[in-house]
Every structure is written in C-alpha cells, then in structure tokens.
Design a protein around this ligand. Sequence first.
Ligand code: FES
Length: 144
Amino acid sequence: MTNAVSAARMLVSDVVGDNTPWMSALHHRITTPAAIGAGLGENAAVAWWFARGWARALTNPLLPGEEPVDGTGVVGSDGFRPVARSTVNGETCSLSAVCPHLGGVVSWNDQELSWDCPLHGSRFTAAGGVIEGPAKRGLTPRAS
Ligand code: FES
C-alpha cells in the first residue's frame, strides 16, 4: 500500500517538476547489499521448503486404501506423485499434494483441519477447495 502511494507521488513529482527534498531521497534510493542478502535468504528458504516437501512426499509411499485417523492428514506418494490424504468426520479424501500456485507440497494443519502450503501460504480444505491464495484453484482429487 505504501509503495503505491510513494510511486504515485514520485510520478506526479516528475510530471510537475516538484523539487520537494524528501522526494529526491526516494528517487535516489539504492538497494543495499544487506537488502540483496535478505532477498536471497528468503528465496533460499522457499527453495528449501520446496525441496523438503517433495523429498518427504516421495520417500513416504502411501498404500492404496490406507486411511489416516479421523482429524489427521498424511502426505506421501503413489509412485512419483505426491499425494495428500486426510480423514475428517469419517470422510477420507485423496488429493494431489502439489500446490497449484508454484508446485510446493502441502502439509496437514491439525488445528484448522486444512492443507497449507509452506511456500507462499495458500490454504485448502480437506476436500481440496481453496480457502485462501495465492493459489487460484484447488488441489486435484486422486483415487484413494
Ligand atoms: S507454491 Fe503454494 S502458495 Fe505458492
């Protein structure tokens, strides 16, 4: 929100030739090595969660028909595809565990009974519907 206002003020300043002192400070902002380092660190963390999710899923084969205890969910694989399987109120759902946003592997949230993506925070119902984005569509159903 503040960046939009700042950008608008800078554009107006450029168009009308406003020489407000604080405006020149915004125009000359330099990205510091610390900011670059912080950005690289955040991207490295996302890459780590991505690799961790896929490795955990692919090294945990799920058996066909295996049902988690009511109120729980497990992530595993049915070969080379990550699968998210949960049981809520006696109903077991098997879904693709791959987040449709950018391919992270979701994990089960015991408190909310939801599938959450650790990469950018998308959340899905136990049946795969989108609760909140950035993902625009839900998790794809899979055969149990
Ligand atoms: S990859 Fe899941 S929210 Fe971005």
